[in-house]
Ligand binder design. Structure first.
Ligand code: FAD
Length: 419
């Protein structure tokens, strides 16, 4: 089978990319989704707070996804559910399996990677203790409560204050559980400020920064956990141990892009994000393979996922139509430094960029009353005062094509400065 654009993943990124590709004039688009419905992780995010930027409304996750699903239906875009993509070859052959079609190989002119991310598990943490029942990742607990109708437990401790951990602290409270504490290894929360206020402060749930779980108690089922304060090297400080009696430990300790398919295809990954390195068109090192959404870098807001994915969809349509001259032209490298951890994209071909390009990134620490600066070569061209920047919130700068065309520099540096 041959297709022009194959999109892997039918979450918000895949849906927005598909709609934008069709709106840009490409009719042969196929979405492959392993789940039995479109919408991705949003189906289990029944809290509100989605779509504030895109629709100026506070939607729940399923409502937000439904708007994009409706667009996919209106545009008559083909999708296959229950279809697991097993591999992608460097020649852009997608191998997928489903009950209906069995094993199929699809030769694609362009591929959009939109597989989302997954949670880090207990195995990545090395917490001592037995392996009793009652230890869940926060996302698994969210699915059990919101989609399957099961309560994971009644007395809860949460490790990790990323957005999923914060949302689940409130969700478990709504369902009648007692959430004793949220412990966070870092000296700051990894979640959005609004989630700390709305999910912990409003319900009197304590957040213990610079703390971690040092022991899980219980043989058959969790009976409690020990939490300790950590020093600046994240080593537990002896004598600071506190015991919390609980039957459930939820882990919200980070998300990782689903990058197995990308790696198999020979896509070059960023060591910081674990997602693909991309240029201004969100194209990877393999011509015609694009990436967007959480598989590219973990986003805080789904609005940015949709925006970024639409750009990937348009770029893929342009690639397939052959409109874009394929020669590289000048390439400018983006250099994240001084607390800026990475940038997406990491390179820019000015001839191929849109009039305005949004560069997104995260910082590695909490910075207060500082400046976000952009340098073209050695010349500082942007210098924006920021009250606060934190790792939990994505930042962005906007670059103009007019400034980069015929530029006499090869590097754009994005950095944080004190003055
Ligand atoms: C708990 C939680 C709370 C959140 N709260 C908010 C919030 O309040 N506000 C907000 O704006 N954002 C929030 N977000 C973020 C937002 O949900 C994500 O940014 C967004 O869902 C990412 O979209 P995606 O399409 O990249 O990934 P996903 O939604 O994960 O979709 C990826 C899709 O790819 C499919 N897939 C993966 N591998 C394969 C394969 N091999 N073959 C076929 N299909 C595959 C998956 O089944 C999935 O459907 C939250 C996220 C979580 C997890």
């Amino acid at each position: 089978m041959k297709r022009n654009i194959v999109i892997i993943g039918g979450g918000p990124a895949g849906l927005a990319a598909a709609a934008a590709a069709v709106e840009a004039g490409e009719k042969d688009v196929l979405i492959l989704e392993r789940d039995n419905h479109l919408g991705g992780i949003l189906n289990q995010c029944i809290h509100n707070g989605f779509g504030l930027h895109t629709f100026k409304e506070e939607l729940t996750g399923p409502e937000y996804a439904a708007r994009f699903e409706q667009r996919v239906h209106e545009l008559g875009i083909e999708y296959k559910l229950g279809t697991m993509v097993l591999s992608i070859s460097p020649e852009k052959v997608v191998t997928a399996v489903s009950k209906e079609d069995g094993l199929v190989n699809i030769e694609a002119k362009a591929i959009i990677l939109a597989m989302g991310c997954r949670e880090r598990s207990r195995g990545a943490l090395n917490i001592p203790g037995f392996r009793p029942a009652g230890v869940f990742s926060a996302g698994t607990a969210q699915r059990l409560v919101n989609m399957e109708g099961y309560m994971p437990g009644k007395e809860v401790v949460i490790l990790g204050s990323g957005d999923i951990g914060l949302i689940m602290a409130r969700r478990m409270t709504f369902e009648g559980a007692k959430v004793h504490v949220v412990a966070e290894l870092q000296p700051y929360s990894g979640g959005l400020k609004r989630n700390i206020v709305q999910c912990l402060d409003d319900y009197g749930i304590p957040l213990k920064l610079s703390h971690t779980v040092t022991e899980i108690h219980g043989k058959e089922r969790v009976t409690g956990v020990t939490i300790s304060k950590v020093d600046e090297n994240f080593k537990p400080i002896p004598g600071t141990e506190e015991y919390y009696s609980c039957d459930t430990l939820l882990l919200s300790v980070g998300l990782l892009p689903e990058n197995e398919l990308s790696t198999g295809a020979g896509v070059q990954l960023s060591r910081v994000t674990n997602g693909p390195e991309v240029n201004e068109s969100l194209m990877t090192n393999i011509p015609g393979v694009f990436a967007c959404g959480n598989v590219l870098h973990v986003h805080d807001l789904v609005d940015y996922v949709s925006e970024e994915a639409a750009a990937a969809g348009r770029a893929a349509a342009q690639y397939v139509s052959g409109d874009e001259a394929q020669e590289e032209g000048k390439v400018i490298t983006l250099k994240p430094t001084g607390g800026v951890r990475y940038t997406v994209p990491s390179t820019i071909r000015p001839e191929h960029m849109a009039d305005l390009l949004t560069v997104r990134f995260r910082v590695g620490n909490v910075y207060k009353n500082c400046y976000l600066s952009v340098y073209f070569g050695d010349e500082r061209v942007q210098h924006r005062k920021k009250q606060v920047m934190a790792p939990g919130e994505m930042e962005q700068v906007i670059l103009k094509k007019a400034d980069l065309l015929n530029a006499g520099f090869d590097t754009v540096t994005i950095t944080i400065e004190e003055e």
